[in-house]
Ligand binder design. Structure first.
Ligand code: SF4
Length: 477
């Protein structure tokens, strides 16, 4: 069975019941949590909270004046000999790349990690037209070989152990099984080096696009983005329109926050500023440069000031690492490329609230995501707004609505609440071995409740209720 054919509930249960996978997710996210904690501690970055507030203000300003900055970046890129291509949706992005490759007679494309191209399934479209698109980020390359999508925004193969990697390399490249990460890297490098030299087009994402100068900024640790953007004859950078920031001065704020929030690094190993094609007397660089800016549902969010801040995200992944739900269910159980808390708020907004109405509810609302977000997106607030919209749309079904109306009616009447409490306590089962609630069978329309209860147990009721204990204590004083 194809993994995407497994119903979401069953797939989540599979992940929860896989101890190897649970350990891999927990270990990797904990390492990222520990590194971030040290990097943003008061003695390492005293201005951390001020930088977060400033980053939030810069993003708010840019998003509120997006029309101005989009025009500015278009003129700046053109002034440096490049071209900006605005695309409404995934098809327009794929059409642009396909037509350009056809026009220039190129068949091999190297790609460095880009969530925006994952968003539009660019590789599938290219391959369906007999173009070869090769991922060059090590994690992405492994996922491409294994036919999987990213598990995490910054660590795409976070769920793979080195033994999984050994299996993928042996099966797909026919090499001897190698479990040492350094040797595995060498194997991948040897294959990819040839591709860099042969490719006619290099595609990268963009962490930031500086509107004032037209520069695309790419941060990475492996050097593959730098090679993808400089070795081939043509460089295409593909980014969502929300990646714009006004100026290089603003960039300094984000560079201080991104690496630290993502991996705990003060700066990533490579920070490339790519602005236009190679100029006269420059020894290297592409001959042609295109910046593709994708809307893909983003302008829909601009209309709502409350949810607009979802576009401030700089894709650091910190909210995923700290989310108790992501850390249990992992990345592949989210329906789209963006997982964790940021996925739970942008997926329903980009795709429509009716498509995956359960997503805004995939959160305990503990608030850890908002606490660690470097641009201070109030994710729980957006989740609550989306929950309200899901409920108002009727997607939760009449059963749940009636149950909560009944609950509200009882809670609003203290005497009735007390009576129900006494009745429930009297009739509640008290089995010696507990766990009775997990053994009940539930009707199909209560499947979400059954799934929730299957992981819990109801303790036997106390001999005396809290209210009567309170009363007797008061009386005894
Ligand atoms: S929402 Fe915030 S914490 Fe999560 S990925 Fe985006 S910037 Fe990082």
């Amino acid at each position: 069975m194809n993994p995407s054919d497994i119903p979401p509930d069953a797939a989540i249960h599979e992940t929860l019941g896989d101890p190897r996978l649970q350990t891999a997710i927990y270990t990797a996210t904990q390492r990222l949590i520990d590194h971030r904690k040290k990097a943003v501690a008061a003695d390492a970055l005293p201005a951390y909270q001020d930088l977060r507030a400033l980053a939030h203000r810069i993003k708010r300003h840019t998003i509120e004046h997006l029309d101005y900055y989009l025009e500015l970046v278009e003129s700046q890129v053109a002034a440096r000999g490049g071209k900006v291509v605005f695309c409404e949706d995934a098809n327009e992005v794929a059409d642009f790349v396909l037509n350009l490759a056809k026009e220039k007679g190129e068949r091999l494309i190297v790609k460095s990690k880009s969530m925006t191209t994952e968003e539009v399934h660019l590789n599938d479209r290219l391959e369906s037209h007999q173009l070869e698109a090769v991922e060059t980020d090590l994690g992405e390359y492994l996922l491409q070989l294994a036919h999987q999508r990213p598990y995490h925004i910054v660590a795409p193969a976070l769920h793979m152990t080195r033994y999984d990697v050994a299996d993928v390399l042996t099966k797909n490249l026919g090499v001897e099984r190698e479990v040492e990460p350094e040797k595995q890297t060498k194997i991948a490098r040897a294959t990819l080096r040839e591709k860099f030299l042969e490719a006619g087009i290099g595609i990268t994402g963009a962490n930031f696009v500086v509107a004032g100068s037209g520069a695309v900024v790419v941060v990475e640790n492996e050097g593959n983005a730098r090679l993808s953007s400089s070795a081939p004859r043509i460089h295409i950078a593909i980014a969502g329109i929300e990646k714009l920031i006004p100026s290089a001065k603003d960039l300094a704020v984000f560079l201080k926050l991104l690496g630290r929030s993502a991996t705990g690094q003060p700066l990533t190993v490579y920070t490339s500023f790519l602005s236009g094609p190679r100029r006269e007397n420059e020894p290297d660089g592409p001959k042609e440069f295109y910046l593709v800016l994708l809307d893909g549902g983003r302008t829909k969010l601009l209309a709502d000031p409350g949810k607009r801040e979802s576009l401030f995200c700089i894709r650091c992944g910190a909210c995923l690492n700290h989310c108790p739900v992501y850390r249990k269910i992992g990345g592949h159980n989210y329906p789209w490329v963006y997982s964790g808390p940021i996925g739970a708020i942008i997926t329903p907004q980009f795709h429509g609230i009716g498509k995956d109405p359960w997503l805004p509810f995939a959160s305990s609302l503990c608030g850890a995501c908002a606490e660690v977000c470097p641009v201070k997106i109030d994710i729980p607030k957006v989740l609550l707004k989306l929950r309200f919209e899901v409920t108002a749309s009727g997607a939760k079904g009449p059963g749940e609505r009636k149950a909560f109306s009944l609950w509200a009616a009882i809670m609003a009447r203290p005497k009735l609440f007390s009576l129900f409490g006494a009745i429930a306590a009297h009739f509640a089962p008290r089995p010696k071995n507990g766990a009775w609630i997990r053994k009940l069978s539930w009707p199909m329309n209560l499947a979400p409740l059954a799934a929730w209860l299957s992981q819990r147990d109801l303790p036997p009721p106390a001999a005396q209720s809290f209210r009567s204990q309170w009363k007797s204590r008061k009386a005894a004083r």
